[in-house]
Design a protein around this ligand. Structure first.
Ligand SMILES: *Cc1c(COP(=O)(O)O)cnc(C)c1O
Length: 367
C-alpha cells in the first residue's frame, strides 16, 4: 500500500456528542465536500448514530448521494444552483436553502406534487449567500406553495469571539427572524452557529448548530480558540504512507525541482510517493513526516507524486516502512494544524484536499 487516510469514526462520534452537549440544541452535521475529505456516507452514518439530527451539504448531488445510500434523516442542501432538478430534490425529501426571490420562485414552481421544505438563508453580515435587500420584499405570495422549515445565516468571524461583528450579526439575525415570525412562521428552525460559534458563543445556538470542522476533531482556529486537545476534540483523520525509497546522500546536495534546498550534512533521505496530486500542498515548508519515532522535515519542493524528507544520518528507516504524514498529535507527529500553518493555509483545507487517489480506511488509529 502506498498511502492511506485512516478515519476513526469513533472520534467523530465522540466529537458529535461533545458538540451536541455543548450546544444544547439540535445538531446538523456538515458533511459537504466528501465530509471534509473523510468520506461522505460513513461519516454521515457515524454522525447520525451519535445523535446528529440533520445532515448538511453544499450541493444537491451530495444530498442525492446520501439518499441513494439509504439515509433517510433530514438533509439540507444550501448551495443548489439555479436550473437544478428541484422536482427530484423535493421527491427525495431534500430540504433546500433559498437566498433570493428568484430561488423561491423556482422552488415554488417545482412544488406541484409535493411542497418543498425550505430554509431561508439571510445575510447578516457575511456578505456571501443569503437574502439582503430582497428580504423586505418577501410576502405571502412568494411562499404560498412551499413549507418554510428553517431560517439561517452564517458568521464571518466566529473564530474571533471578541470581534464586534459577531454581536452585530446576532442582532441582525434576530431582526430578520422577527420579520419571518410576523408572517406567522414561528416554527422555523433558527440556525446560525458554525463550529467556532458552537464552542464559544452560546448566545448564538438558537434551535440548531451546524458543525463541520470540530466534528472532524479539528479546532476552527488554534490561535484564537485553542487546540483540538484543549477543546476536548479528537482529530479523526490520520494520513500515512510507506517510504518508497531511502538513500544516503552527501552534504550540500541539492534536492528536487528548482534545487531550492540542499542537505546541510551527510544524511539519509526518504522519498514518499505522495504529492500535490494527493493533496500534499506544494507550498508546504516546515512540515514533514513522523518516522521511527521522530519528526523528519520536508526537504525541497513537493512535486506532483512525490516529496522528500530528511530522515537524518542515524535513521534506521528503510523503504516500505510506514510514516505518518499527519495524525492527532498524540505521538508528537505533525498534525493537520501543522500542515496548515506550514502551507499558509488552515487545517480545513489540508484534510479536505486529500485526493481521491488516497483510499479511506475506517478504523481506530494505528501507530
Ligand atoms: C461549511 C459550513 C458550515 C460548517 O463550518 P465549520 O466552520 O466547519 O463548522 C456551517 N454552515 C455553512 C453554511 C457552511 O457552509
Amino acid at each position: 500500500m502506498r498511502a492511506e487516510a485512516i478515519v476513526d469514526l469513533s472520534a467523530i462520534k465522540h466529537n458529535v456528542q461533545l458538540l451536541k452537549k455543548t450546544a444544547g440544541t439540535k445538531l446538523l452535521a456538515v458533511v459537504k465536500a466528501d465530509a471534509y475529505g473523510h468520506g461522505l456516507v460513513p461519516v454521515a452514518q457515524a454522525a447520525l448514530s451519535a445523535g446528529a439530527d440533520y445532515l448538511g451539504v453544499a450541493l444537491l448531488e451530495e444530498a442525492i448521494a446520501l439518499r441513494e445510500a439509504g439515509i433517510d434523516a433530514p438533509i439540507l442542501a444550501w448551495l443548489v444552483q439555479p436550473g437544478s432538478d428541484f422536482k427530484r430534490a423535493i421527491e427525495l425529501d431534500i430540504e433546500l436553502a433559498a437566498a433570493s426571490l428568484a430561488a423561491l420562485k423556482e422552488i415554488s414552481d417545482a412544488s406541484t406534487n409535493k411542497k418543498a421544505k425550505v430554509h431561508l438563508e439571510v445575510d447578516t453580515g457575511m456578505t456571501r449567500g443569503g437574502f439582503l435587500s430582497e428580504w423586505d420584499q418577501i410576502d405571502a405570495e412568494h411562499i404560498k406553495n412551499i413549507e418554510i422549515v428553517g431560517i439561517f445565516s452564517h458568521f464571518a468571524r466566529a473564530d474571533e469571539p471578541g470581534e464586534k461583528q459577531n454581536e452585530e450579526q446576532l442582532t441582525r439575525f434576530n431582526e430578520m427572524v422577527a420579520r419571518l415570525h410576523s408572517f406567522g412562521f414561528t416554527h422555523a428552525i433558527r440556525h446560525l452557529s458554525n463550529s467556532a460559534a458552537t464552542l464559544k458563543n452560546h448566545a448564538a445556538a438558537f434551535d440548531m448548530v451546524r458543525t463541520g470542522i470540530a466534528m472532524y476533531g479539528l479546532s476552527p482556529d488554534v490561535n484564537t480558540l485553542g487546540t483540538s486537545q484543549s477543546l476536548g476534540l479528537r482529530p479523526a483523520m490520520q494520513v500515512r504512507a510507506a517510504l518508497y525509497l531511502v538513500k544516503d546522500v552527501p552534504a550540500h546536495t541539492p534536492v528536487g525541482y528548482g534545487a531550492t534546498e540542499s542537505t546541510s550534512a551527510d544524511t539519509k533521505l526518504g522519498v514518499i510517493a505522495m504529492g500535490y496530486a494527493d493533496g500534499i500542498p506544494r507550498i508546504a515548508h516546515g512540515a514533514g513526516v513522523w518516522c521511527a519515532g521522530k519528526r523528519s522535515p520536508i526537504i525541497g519542493r513537493v512535486s506532483m507524486d512525490q516529496f522528500v524528507v530528511d530522515l537524518g544520518a542515524a535513521s534506521k528507516a528503510k523503504s516500505g516502512d510506514w510514516v505518518v504524514i499527519f495524525g492527532n498529535g498524540s505521538h508528537a507527529e505533525y498534525t493537520a494544524d501543522d500542515w496548515g500553518a506550514a502551507s499558509g493555509s488552515i487545517n480545513y483545507e489540508i484534510v479536505t484536499r486529500i485526493g481521491p487517489r488516497v483510499p479511506r480506511i475506517y478504523s481506530a488509529h494505528v501507530y
